[in-house]
Design a binder for this molecule. Sequence first.
Ligand SMILES: Cc1cc2nc3c(=O)[nH]c(=O)nc-3n(C[C@H](O)[C@H](O)[C@H](O)COP(=O)(O)OP(=O)(O)OC[C@H]3O[C@@H](n4cnc5c(N)ncnc54)[C@H](O)[C@@H]3O)c2cc1C
Length: 849
Amino acid sequence: MTRTYRAVVIGGGVVGCSVLYHLAKAGWTDVLLIERSELTSGSSWHAAGGFHTLNGDPNVARLQAYTVSLYEELERISGQSCGLHLTGGVMMADSTERMDFLRMTHARGRALGMETELITPREAKAMFPLMDETQFVGALWDPVEGHLDPSGTTHAYAKAAKVLGAEIELRNPVKDLTQDSEGMWTLHTEGGEIRCEHVVNAGGLWAREVGRMAGLELPVLAMEHMYLLTDAMPEVQEFNAKTGRELVGVIDFKGEIYTRQERDGILLGTYERACKPWSPVNTPWDFGHELLAPDLDRIAPSLEVGFRHFPAVERAGIKQVINGPFTFAPDGNPLVGPVRGLTNYWSACAVMAGFSQGGGVGLVLANWMTEGDPGHDVFGMDVSRFGEWATLRYTNAKVRENYARRFSISYPNEELPAARPAETTPLYDLMRDTNHAVMGDSWGLETPLWFAPSAQEAHDVLSFHRSNDFEHIGNEVRGVRERVGVTEIANFAKYEVTGPGAEAWLDHLMTNTMPRLGRLVLTPMLNEAGKLIGDFTIAKAGEERFMVWGSLGASVYHMRWFEQHLPEDGSVTLHRFHMDLVGLSICGPYAREVLAELVDEDVSNAAFRFMDYREMDVAGAPCMVNRITYSGDLGYEIWMKPAAQRRVYCAIKAAGKAHGIVDFGMRALLSMRLEKNFPTWFAELRPIYGAYEGGMERFVKLQKPAFIGQAAATAERDAGPRLRRVSLVIEADTADVIGDEPIWARVGEEDFGTISPPHGYGAVRFDLHGEEVAKPDPARDGDWRVVGWVTSGGYGHSVRLSLAQGYIPAALAERGEEGLFEVEILGERLAARIALVPPFDPEGEKMRG
Ligand SMILES: Cc1cc2nc3c(=O)[nH]c(=O)nc-3n(C[C@H](O)[C@H](O)[C@H](O)COP(=O)(O)OP(=O)(O)OC[C@H]3O[C@@H](n4cnc5c(N)ncnc54)[C@H](O)[C@@H]3O)c2cc1C
């Protein structure tokens, strides 16, 4: 007889077991995990078992902290030990650049409530005596790190899930998946058919194959990974005997090495440059509990550095070399969530750090499945963050790049080269070769970042400080503000919504009222909880036709939401343009003169007003023109077919010559939007903030007919937002903010309620020697407290100010006085004040003029 479940999880590795546990905990007990062999038959069994909380994305870091805090609960419910060793760990810097990176990591951690400490190499050596401290310049101590027993932990999840009512079926491979017209899934297994409403792909090493069963090509690839175990080492035994403690974990960036104590010896793993994909196209189904052949030559360069930095390890005998595969997405973060275009097919794949992230992945996926929302900001791991360009070969190139760079410094102005160019517009060669543009990757699309005076200068000098682009971006910004500039804006998402139901449907999705014919509106989009899930410009282009522009990087994320909410009666048709619609923006005081020369229409201020939309020929090419720009100047966004883009661009340049037109890139545009206090999607506007917190209330029309998130937005208005987005002017002169820096305020004991992200995380406090102690709150310093965090920032070149945006408690948001705030940049706390009005054109006269 065919069995039926509410949800079936495919895969009994640590991730599948965590999803099962969290589903059962959320009350879905009619759930099954199906495993082709025994539990941990993929990468989970041979993992090194390390865990840590630090991650470049603070939202992912928070979920890692959740994972670590979960183990005690799992042990309690399951009665199964996870073999937890909470040792703490140090990250070792061998250069000033790496020390800058650690300072930044430490500062960011404060805003998240992490309790990291910057320490000297000698202090690090006191915790890990095998190192030669003279090889390093400093270190960062993180108390919430350690290692565990991978198999025990996976079984603890599984047992705890069973205690809560979930079922597990072993030795039954899923061979295929089908879905009927009612949306029910059938799993075709070796043991017969199983039906379910929801299916979860937690196939780990076979995630790609389980994806293919539903017609998906998930961007995931397995890499070989090696670590070695030494024989017992007298130095380790001596330290243990003398101190009664275990050695701490160490990350040595220079050697691309992680190391820690394992029994009486050392475990040492590498993320080597000469990395190697495993099964790049098809994963063999007969691979099981076996290891790959070791290849020490490949990791020899890392070992050489390692032996220099940890001389005692070279003297130790190597007991065993483990080489096993595990999977990665192109950016190294997991692929989690509902897959666009499929009903009730959920991804829980590409989890490269299952023992740091598995709990968080299980939590958000279970929230999403049972409540319709992940309950956290998970964009950094959302399966929707990749587009159609993330093919098998793209994934292969990016995963190798990401693996080889795992312990490299990531600079804020760094553009990674692998798999590029993926997508280009017709202007690509002209921009790069003739105009000396430094190009960046914008969701797979090559986009001009800034323009250099010569080919030789057209590259970024990587730095945490202001770099070689600073002067040139300044010239671009001043060129726009004083004269006129042109830039490519193909890197927007563009949609067309048509049909008799188009207006009512958009009105129901968006917070603002829809525009009149020929007009534009700006509008956020909310989820049911009233959180920001989108920010769009919408034009009414015809009686039953609307053009919608949004963030390119959120295209799949938004399409998934749009498609979930499309009416079933066929009254609305939705089309996403990709690179079949491209754009140019002209802005600055002479923008109107330039446009007027290229069109036969009246584009005077009276005839073509701010926030008007018009279809007209520009340089003879049919275009859609919006009278709006993100720079906050007088300006236009012009949209055309790719075949016409080069002609329109060249005509704009020719018409602008008399006015001293400049090319400007994305970095200049982002600088100009900061001068206007304009927020940006992914930074200021994210699903953890409400519309009022984000300062978007003038685009929220609570009185209009029902829209998604209306009740929650009304409640937010009535209760008053807890947080507010603010713009800050910082007394910085060599480096500007990057994002996630803490905002300090001299507020003594003033009470603002709990701010998010919450402080403390439930992290245990340890001193440098691993003793649990009461320590001063790292987010306090006398009367100063960390009250918020930076979301983005940079230099405002026309107003000549270092600017940032961020979130602080609402009670502080109107306090514009000097001396109240500081922002921590690269470990230095710098005076800051709130910019209550935009530093550039506060009344908005220029864009309306
Ligand atoms: C050498 C090495 C060291 C590592 N060190 C660490 C570390 O220190 N810390 C850390 O956090 N992570 C580490 N990892 C990574 C960690 O192992 C992975 O993040 C984790 O195992 C991923 O778990 P998973 O459940 O996604 O996948 P897997 O463990 O691969 O599990 C997938 C399961 O799905 C089953 N399955 C697949 N297809 C089907 C099907 N069609 N039907 C039924 N069942 C199916 C498989 O049999 C398998 O049991 C390491 C990995 C390696 C190889």
